[in-house]
Design a protein around this ligand. Structure first.
Ligand SMILES: [Zn+2]
Length: 247
């Protein structure tokens, strides 16, 4: 944790030297909330990556989890390609993600391989237990990945400058937007990416995913003085700013 605090106080990254890793509980979570941000960073010359801990294969009442899981994987590969992101898939089943040491070790090893400077994942409070588990797993994994004492096939990674939490309709409780990133020029790429998912196009869930997240980007953009923006929350300790004088 100390390493992360020190890193947050470091100067801002310059374009091209960031690696942004978005980790979602279900395939689609990270792209729908954070895809525009990933598209923006890709366009700025940064590396971007996605880790889907589960496929979210249980969400289609008309298909078996096995068949829908195959479809979700195909859709995730297309979405990642459109965003210009690398994509990785965790081994867990939809609804069965748990905050275990095994899960933290798995994600820590992914972090050691991808070497992110910035990690985006779920906020701590959610309607979905998988999302809450993902929040805890990712935070444990960032720390574990940095520790010399954690042995894995890859060397330790201490370069995570910050962990950020996505603006997800299922994770709203006590979520207060803190950072706003202008994604006006990236919304078209985001839309092209997320509509690779049938659940976003409509017909599986009654929730209007595309309308909600496009309107949300407009709402966040409005208060940020931009056309469209993605908002992120951070941990309370990350809100501390240390300055030589008032800005
Ligand atoms: Zn989800």
């Amino acid at each position: 944790m100390l390493a992360i605090l020190a890193a947050l106080a470091a100067p801002h990254a310059t374009a091209g030297d960031r690696v942004v890793l978005a980790i979602g509980a279900h395939a689609g979570d990270a792209e729908i909330t954070t895809g525009a941000l990933l598209a923006r960073h890709k366009r700025l010359g940064d590396r971007v990556a996605l880790l889907h801990l589960t496929l979210g294969e249980g969400g289609n009442p008309k298909m078996s989890p096995a068949a829908y899981g195959e479809q979700k994987k195909r859709e995730a590969l297309v979405a990642a390609k459109v965003l210009g992101a690398e994509v990785l898939f965790g081994p867990w089943k939809d609804g069965e993600l748990r905050d275990t040491e095994e899960a933290a070790r798995y994600v820590a090893d992914v972090i050691r391989q991808v070497k992110p400077t910035h990690v985006v994942t779920h906020w701590k409070a959610s309607l979905h237990p998988d999302h809450e588990a993902a929040h805890r797993i990712v935070n444990a994994a960032v720390l574990l990945a940095s520790l010399e004492g954690f042995e894995s096939a890859h060397v330790r990674h201490r370069g995570v400058r910050g962990v950020y939490y996505a603006d997800n309709w299922e994770d709203p409780e006590r979520f207060t937007p803190y950072l706003y990133v202008d994604v006006t020029e990236d919304l078209a790429t985001w839309k092209a990416a997320v509509t690779s998912y049938e659940f976003v196009r409509g017909g599986i869930s009654s929730f209007p995913y595309l309308d909600y997240y496009e309107a949300l980007a407009r709402v966040r953009g409005a208060v940020a003085g931009k056309r469209f923006a993605v908002a992120l929350e951070v941990d309370p300790f990350s809100k501390k700013r240390v300055l030589d004088a008032l800005p």
